[in-house]
Design a protein around this ligand. Structure first.
Ligand code: NAD
Ligand code: 0WE
Length: 259
């Protein structure tokens, strides 16, 4: 494939396995010439991520729990050491809410689990962007992409506290775009339709939701992780040089409908 990312250095957070949206994006960046560093959340998925990373000759695979400032400080230090103090691309594809909060009623969300979901799913983007800023500024600019979902703008039954977290994430994209624009760093989101990943498969009623999606979306078909990767590659490339603070919907048109 033509090398839109030849000579570019990327950091990807959020690969759990080969189905992860983050993996599709990382593979696409690598296929187009990027060198890609990875983080993984815990020992449980370390082997998966190391194998995937090795297949794209990644120079850095390191642990990162985005709730930990110490982890984040270490990760960005390792990235600086690996990439000679520079970073061009950051992919944030991380979200978490307690399983029980994606089943019951939103009104029952307790305080600690509300903040857990917002910490991992929204604040983590801000925490990463702040640490990426000097590394991207050293390269004359950069681009950041995060993954969001329509449930942050509309009430999607059972998405619950994750929807509130996505609303905070979406707004963070706009404020980060303003702050980091001074350094020629762009910040955008991709709003994806349902994709059968690890994070989605365990969700009760996911199959019913897919059927409803296919019926109501203008294109009457599912989207996949590679569709997200194509959109991410665009937003992260020079072709999107004047695109920042926005959301690109990769959802077969579902968001455009009122019925
Ligand atoms: P996934 O399970 O493959 O990815 C989620 C990732 O979040 C995992 O790699 C997991 O390790 C990571 N994570 C969770 N808690 C973490 C923590 N404390 N520290 C570091 N990492 C942590 O599932 P996915 O569907 O690829 O999800 C990626 C992103 O895409 C998420 O932001 C999700 O909200 C978003 N998204 C998914 C869909 C979908 O239908 N699958 C649709 C729209 C948006
Ligand atoms: O963002 C997501 C899912 C994110 C997610 C998934 C899990 C499952 C396992 C966050 N935390 C957890 N915690 C777990 O313990 N999506 C956009 C996919 C998704 O999730 C839904 C959806 C859709 C779509 C939940 C309810 C309704 C629709």
């Amino acid at each position: 494939m033509a090398g839109r990312f030849e000579g570019k250095r990327a950091l990807v957070l959020g690969v759990a396995n080969r189905r992860s949206i983050a993996w599709a994006i990382a593979k696409r960046l690598s296929d187009e010439g990027a060198t890609v560093a990875f983080t993984y959340q815990g020992e449980r998925i370390e082997k998966n991520v190391r194998e995937l990373a090795a297949s794209v000759a990644s120079p850095l695979v390191t642990a990162c729990d985005v709730r930990s400032d110490e982890d984040l400080d270490r990760v960005f230090q390792e990235v600086a050491d690996t990439f000679d103090g520079g970073l061009d691309v950051l992919v944030h594809s991380v979200a978490f809410a307690a399983a029980e909060d994606l089943e019951g009623r939103f009104v029952d969300t307790p305080r600690d689990r509300f903040w857990l979901a917002l910490d991992i799913s929204a604040y983590s983007l801000v925490a990463c962007a702040r640490r990426a800023e000097p590394l991207m500024a050293a390269r004359g600019g950069g681009a950041i992409v995060t993954m969001t979902y329509l449930g942050g703008e509309r009430a999607v039954p059972h998405y619950n506290v994750m929807g509130v977290a996505k609303a905070a994430l979406d707004s963070s994209v706009r404020y980060l775009a303003w702050d980091l624009g001074f350094e020629n760093i762009r910040v955008n989101a991709i709003s994806a339709g349902p994709v059968r990943t690890l994070a989605a498969r365990s969700i009760a009623g996911f199959t019913t939701m897919e059927a409803m999606f296919e019926e109501r979306a203008p294109l009457h078909r599912q989207i996949d992780a590679d569709d997200c990767a194509a959109a991410a590659a665009y937003l992260l490339s020079e072709e999107a040089a004047n695109v920042t603070g926005t959301t690109l919907y990769v959802d077969a048109g579902y968001h455009a409908m009122g019925m």
